[in-house]
Design a protein around this ligand. Structure first.
Ligand code: T46
Length: 187
Protein backbone atom coordinates (compact mmCIF):
# COMPACT_ATOMS: atom_id res chain seq x y z
CA UNK A 1 0.00 0.00 0.00
CA UNK A 2 1.31 3.46 -0.94
CA UNK A 3 0.52 6.63 1.01
CA UNK A 4 0.08 9.90 -0.92
CA UNK A 5 0.08 13.08 1.18
CA UNK A 6 -2.54 15.77 0.51
CA UNK A 7 -2.37 19.55 1.09
CA UNK A 8 -4.52 19.04 4.19
CA UNK A 9 -2.75 18.04 7.38
CA UNK A 10 -3.35 14.45 8.57
CA UNK A 11 -5.40 13.58 5.51
CA UNK A 12 -4.02 11.25 2.85
CA UNK A 13 -4.76 9.06 -0.13
CA UNK A 14 -3.95 5.34 0.03
CA UNK A 15 -3.16 3.32 -3.08
CA UNK A 16 -3.63 -0.39 -2.35
CA UNK A 17 -1.69 -3.22 -4.00
CA UNK A 18 -4.08 -4.54 -6.63
CA UNK A 19 -3.39 -8.06 -7.96
CA UNK A 20 -4.72 -8.47 -11.49
CA UNK A 21 -4.82 -11.68 -13.51
CA UNK A 22 -6.84 -13.25 -16.31
CA UNK A 23 -9.79 -13.76 -13.88
CA UNK A 24 -10.01 -10.15 -12.77
CA UNK A 25 -8.46 -8.68 -9.64
CA UNK A 26 -7.93 -9.00 -5.88
CA UNK A 27 -6.91 -6.54 -3.23
CA UNK A 28 -7.11 -6.21 0.51
CA UNK A 29 -9.60 -3.39 1.09
CA UNK A 30 -8.43 -3.01 4.69
CA UNK A 31 -5.65 -4.58 6.74
CA UNK A 32 -5.17 -3.05 10.18
CA UNK A 33 -1.47 -3.94 10.44
CA UNK A 34 -0.72 -2.52 6.98
CA UNK A 35 -2.82 0.60 7.66
CA UNK A 36 -1.00 1.28 10.94
CA UNK A 37 2.44 0.64 9.40
CA UNK A 38 1.71 2.82 6.36
CA UNK A 39 0.05 5.71 8.19
CA UNK A 40 1.59 5.52 11.65
CA UNK A 41 -1.95 5.80 13.00
CA UNK A 42 -3.82 3.46 15.32
CA UNK A 43 -7.46 3.95 14.36
CA UNK A 44 -10.19 1.82 15.89
CA UNK A 45 -12.83 1.61 13.13
CA UNK A 46 -16.15 0.55 14.64
CA UNK A 47 -18.68 0.97 11.86
CA UNK A 48 -18.76 0.21 8.13
CA UNK A 49 -21.19 2.06 5.87
CA UNK A 50 -22.25 1.64 2.27
CA UNK A 51 -24.34 3.87 0.03
CA UNK A 52 -25.53 3.42 -3.53
CA UNK A 53 -26.10 6.52 -5.64
CA UNK A 54 -27.04 7.34 -9.20
CA UNK A 55 -25.22 9.90 -11.33
CA UNK A 56 -25.45 13.41 -9.93
CA UNK A 57 -26.32 12.38 -6.37
CA UNK A 58 -24.42 14.70 -4.04
CA UNK A 59 -24.18 13.54 -0.44
CA UNK A 60 -22.75 16.07 2.01
CA UNK A 61 -20.94 17.89 3.21
CA UNK A 62 -21.44 16.09 6.53
CA UNK A 63 -19.73 15.73 9.86
CA UNK A 64 -20.61 14.77 13.41
CA UNK A 65 -19.85 17.32 16.15
CA UNK A 66 -17.81 17.03 19.33
CA UNK A 67 -17.26 13.66 20.97
CA UNK A 68 -19.09 11.92 18.13
CA UNK A 69 -16.78 13.23 15.41
CA UNK A 70 -15.78 10.49 12.96
CA UNK A 71 -12.62 9.67 11.09
CA UNK A 72 -13.42 7.84 7.84
CA UNK A 73 -11.59 5.61 5.40
CA UNK A 74 -13.58 5.90 2.18
CA UNK A 75 -13.47 4.02 -1.12
CA UNK A 76 -15.53 3.21 -4.19
CA UNK A 77 -16.64 -0.38 -4.78
CA UNK A 78 -18.26 0.39 -8.12
CA UNK A 79 -18.29 3.47 -10.33
CA UNK A 80 -16.63 6.84 -9.95
CA UNK A 81 -17.11 9.72 -7.51
CA UNK A 82 -15.55 13.07 -6.78
CA UNK A 83 -14.84 13.11 -3.06
CA UNK A 84 -14.42 16.46 -1.28
CA UNK A 85 -13.34 17.20 2.28
CA UNK A 86 -13.01 20.47 4.22
CA UNK A 87 -10.79 21.00 7.27
CA UNK A 88 -13.04 22.47 10.01
CA UNK A 89 -10.49 22.21 12.84
CA UNK A 90 -10.15 25.82 13.95
CA UNK A 91 -6.63 25.25 15.29
CA UNK A 92 -5.44 23.63 12.05
CA UNK A 93 -3.03 25.37 9.67
CA UNK A 94 -5.31 24.19 6.87
CA UNK A 95 -8.55 25.32 8.53
CA UNK A 96 -11.17 26.11 5.89
CA UNK A 97 -9.17 24.48 3.12
CA UNK A 98 -10.72 21.83 0.88
CA UNK A 99 -9.30 18.91 -1.05
CA UNK A 100 -10.91 16.81 -3.74
CA UNK A 101 -9.96 13.49 -5.30
CA UNK A 102 -11.58 11.13 -7.79
CA UNK A 103 -12.20 7.69 -6.30
CA UNK A 104 -13.17 4.88 -8.65
CA UNK A 105 -13.18 1.14 -9.33
CA UNK A 106 -10.16 1.37 -11.64
CA UNK A 107 -7.44 2.90 -9.46
CA UNK A 108 -9.14 1.75 -6.19
CA UNK A 109 -7.74 4.75 -4.31
CA UNK A 110 -8.91 5.28 -0.74
CA UNK A 111 -9.06 8.53 1.22
CA UNK A 112 -8.42 8.79 4.96
CA UNK A 113 -10.48 11.60 6.44
CA UNK A 114 -9.51 12.42 10.05
CA UNK A 115 -11.95 13.66 12.69
CA UNK A 116 -12.57 17.37 12.24
CA UNK A 117 -13.38 17.29 8.54
CA UNK A 118 -16.61 17.79 6.62
CA UNK A 119 -17.02 15.13 3.94
CA UNK A 120 -19.10 14.79 0.82
CA UNK A 121 -19.07 13.22 -2.61
CA UNK A 122 -20.87 13.38 -5.93
CA UNK A 123 -21.40 10.39 -8.19
CA UNK A 124 -19.90 10.89 -11.66
CA UNK A 125 -20.70 7.43 -13.10
CA UNK A 126 -24.19 6.09 -13.85
CA UNK A 127 -24.12 4.45 -10.43
CA UNK A 128 -21.70 4.35 -7.49
CA UNK A 129 -21.34 1.98 -4.59
CA UNK A 130 -19.50 3.88 -1.85
CA UNK A 131 -18.11 2.03 1.14
CA UNK A 132 -16.38 3.48 4.18
CA UNK A 133 -15.16 2.74 7.67
CA UNK A 134 -15.86 5.08 10.61
CA UNK A 135 -14.01 5.28 13.94
CA UNK A 136 -17.12 6.42 15.79
CA UNK A 137 -20.77 5.41 15.75
CA UNK A 138 -23.55 7.25 13.95
CA UNK A 139 -25.20 9.74 16.23
CA UNK A 140 -28.11 11.61 14.68
CA UNK A 141 -28.11 14.25 17.41
CA UNK A 142 -24.49 15.15 16.57
CA UNK A 143 -25.01 15.43 12.82
CA UNK A 144 -24.18 18.68 11.09
CA UNK A 145 -22.75 19.81 7.79
CA UNK A 146 -22.05 22.56 5.28
CA UNK A 147 -24.21 23.43 2.27
CA UNK A 148 -22.69 22.09 -0.95
CA UNK A 149 -22.60 25.49 -2.67
CA UNK A 150 -21.17 27.56 0.16
CA UNK A 151 -19.78 30.77 -1.35
CA UNK A 152 -16.71 30.81 0.92
CA UNK A 153 -15.60 27.32 -0.11
CA UNK A 154 -16.67 27.69 -3.78
CA UNK A 155 -16.36 23.95 -4.35
CA UNK A 156 -16.22 22.51 -7.88
CA UNK A 157 -18.38 19.37 -8.03
CA UNK A 158 -17.39 18.61 -11.65
CA UNK A 159 -20.98 18.23 -12.95
CA UNK A 160 -23.41 20.96 -14.06
CA UNK A 161 -25.58 21.93 -11.05
CA UNK A 162 -28.72 21.09 -13.06
CA UNK A 163 -27.66 17.43 -12.74
CA UNK A 164 -27.33 17.49 -8.95
CA UNK A 165 -29.63 15.24 -6.90
CA UNK A 166 -29.55 16.43 -3.29
CA UNK A 167 -31.68 15.41 -0.28
CA UNK A 168 -34.00 17.93 1.34
CA UNK A 169 -31.92 17.55 4.48
CA UNK A 170 -28.70 18.50 2.68
CA UNK A 171 -30.36 21.47 0.96
CA UNK A 172 -31.00 22.91 4.41
CA UNK A 173 -27.43 22.61 5.70
CA UNK A 174 -25.82 25.80 7.07
CA UNK A 175 -23.06 27.73 5.35
CA UNK A 176 -19.42 27.29 6.34
CA UNK A 177 -19.35 30.17 8.85
CA UNK A 178 -22.44 29.00 10.69
CA UNK A 179 -21.38 25.36 10.66
CA UNK A 180 -17.93 25.96 12.16
CA UNK A 181 -19.16 28.51 14.71
CA UNK A 182 -20.82 25.63 16.57
CA UNK A 183 -17.88 23.26 16.04
CA UNK A 184 -15.50 22.87 18.99
CA UNK A 185 -11.93 23.62 17.88
CA UNK A 186 -10.46 20.60 19.65
CA UNK A 187 -12.01 17.96 17.39
C1 T46 B 1 -24.84 8.11 8.08
C2 T46 B 1 -25.85 7.15 8.62
C3 T46 B 1 -27.17 7.22 8.28
N1 T46 B 1 -28.07 6.33 8.80
C4 T46 B 1 -29.46 6.42 8.36
C5 T46 B 1 -30.10 7.78 8.58
C6 T46 B 1 -31.04 7.93 7.43
O1 T46 B 1 -32.32 7.38 7.75
C7 T46 B 1 -30.42 7.10 6.31
C8 T46 B 1 -29.71 7.92 5.26
O2 T46 B 1 -28.83 8.79 5.96
P1 T46 B 1 -28.18 10.03 5.23
O3 T46 B 1 -29.16 10.66 4.29
O4 T46 B 1 -27.54 10.90 6.28
O5 T46 B 1 -27.04 9.32 4.36
P2 T46 B 1 -25.84 10.08 3.62
O6 T46 B 1 -26.34 11.34 2.99
O7 T46 B 1 -25.17 9.07 2.75
O8 T46 B 1 -24.87 10.49 4.79
C9 T46 B 1 -23.48 10.19 4.77
O9 T46 B 1 -22.94 10.98 3.75
C10 T46 B 1 -21.69 11.57 3.92
C11 T46 B 1 -20.95 11.49 2.62
C12 T46 B 1 -20.86 11.12 5.05
O10 T46 B 1 -19.64 11.25 5.06
C13 T46 B 1 -21.53 10.60 6.25
O11 T46 B 1 -20.96 9.36 6.59
C14 T46 B 1 -22.98 10.45 6.17
O12 T46 B 1 -23.53 11.66 6.65
O13 T46 B 1 -29.48 6.21 6.95
C15 T46 B 1 -27.70 5.34 9.67
O14 T46 B 1 -28.52 4.54 10.15
N2 T46 B 1 -26.38 5.27 10.05
C16 T46 B 1 -25.44 6.12 9.55
O15 T46 B 1 -24.24 5.99 9.90
Amino acid sequence: MELQKTPLNDCFVLKPNVFRDERGLFYETYNQKVFEKTTGLNVDFVQDNQSVSSKGVLRGLHFQRGEMAQAKLVRVVKGKVLDIIVDIRKDSATFGKSFSVVLDDVEHLQLFVPRGFAHGFITLSEQSIFSYKCDNYYDKASESGIIYNDATLALDWHLPSEEFIISEKDLELPNFGEAVSHYPSNS
